[in-house]
Design a protein around this ligand. Structure first.
Ligand code: BT5
Length: 330
């Protein structure tokens, strides 16, 4: 039996025994049910232990105690109940960047809703050539492949939509302190906890695919951040003083994302604007935005249904679809 069929068997055993935690399952009966030999059962049970599942095992019986907090396809798909987002899951221990892998999969025809996750990234990407610090097993590194039918000019709003999905998932852990800093940052108590990198592959009037990359700092402690971002970054764990289950947080994010994406396809951000405004850290602040080579200053007054930021200044009303914001006055 090769490694991957052993892993598949391990998956099936986990699915069966976790339906009744702590109940004893006879190994012989499980083997019969799964149509495998006792030897195959034994090696699959070994794999289950190696993955970090807590099981009680003797020669005759096995029982399920608890699942490890690993971003594996087995754990992510368990009771996810999404129709689209996460219907195919590619999970890795280490990749350069989940966005790079997702773009490659999309080029090869991976269906909409396919996700890529990793325990660690060695070349995690931010926007505009910047990097995303991605240490092992403490963060969530996720990319989602979308194939929307709408025209490419509607794609920029997907960043705000994704930031909203993350903010909503995070507010279950840190209720009143989560904010969205337009267009793609999520903050807790003013520090960056998550970022979104949206990459678009499109022709003139048609989107081939979009990869939405989401990085969330989950269980980092202060000393896990390099000096360069020590003052500006935070994690959900630091802000909630709890050890967070990454699989649960990832699944909540995927569920909210699916709901938001459905709404976005119908009418962009129309039905999300109230929540976006509630989370927004910029409304009514004096800001300056660098958008391409242009720098525009003024008061941020709103975000519209396309995800653009509306600014008022002496020369009137400006609508900005993407850029870098600096807050001038709190
Ligand atoms: C972002 O860029 O915020 C987008 C980050 C997207 C990361 C995800 S992880 C999964 C997927 N695969 C990838 O390769 N990327 C995506 P930007 O707005 O450009 O912010 C980058 C800046 O944030 C950096 O220049 C640092 O100053 C800061 N930074 C880097 N790592 C950070 C971290 N882990 N937490 C908080 N701030 C960070």
């Amino acid at each position: 039996m090769n490694r991957s069929s052993q892993e598949q068997l391990a998956d099936r055993i986990i699915l069966l025994i976790r339906t009744k935690p702590n109940a004893k399952f006879k190994l012989e009966q499980l083997a019969k049910k799964l149509k495998v030999t006792p030897q195959q059962m034994n090696s699959a049970v070994k794999v289950i232990k190696e993955w970090g599942y807590k099981i009680n095992l003797n020669k005759l019986e096995v029982s399920f105690q608890s699942a490890p907090d690993i971003l594996s396809a087995t754990e992510i798909s368990y009771e996810l109940k999404n129709k689209l987002i996460g219907r195919q899951i590619h999970s890795f221990n280490s990749v350069k960047s989940t966005n790079i892998v997702a773009n490659q999969l999309a080029d090869k025809g991976a269906p909409e809703g396919t996700i890529v996750t990793a325990e660690k990234q060695t070349l995690g990407k931010g926007r505009l050539g910047r990097s995303w610090h991605s240490p092992e097993k403490v963060g969530i590194y996720l990319s989602i492949i979308l194939r929307p039918k709408f025209s490419p000019d509607k794609a920029p709003g997907l960043s705000v939509m994704s930031a909203l999905a993350v903010a909503e998932a995070l507010s279950r852990y840190c209720a009143d302190s989560v904010q969205i800093k337009w267009p793609n940052d999520v903050l807790i108590n003013g520090r960056k906890v998550a970022g979104v990198l949206t990459e678009l592959d499109a022709e003139k009037n048609k989107i081939n695919h979009v990869v939405v990359g989401i990085g969330i700092n989950v269980n980092q402690t202060k000393k896990d951040f390099p000096k360069t971002i020590g003052q500006t970054a935070t994690s959900v764990g630091i802000e909630s003083s709890e050890l967070i289950n990454r699989v649960d947080l990832l699944k909540s994010t995927l569920r909210v994302f699916e709901k938001e994406y459905r709404g976005y396809q119908k009418n962009q951000l129309s039905s999300s604007l109230k929540r976006i405004r509630k989370f927004s850290s910029l409304i009514n602040k004096d800001i300056s935005v660098k958008s391409g080579s242009e720098v525009i200053s003024g008061k941020a007054v709103d975000i519209d249904k396309s995800g653009s930021l509306i600014i008022l200044n002496d020369s009137g009303r400006k609508v900005i679809s993407s850029g870098e914001v600096t807050v001038l006055k709190e």
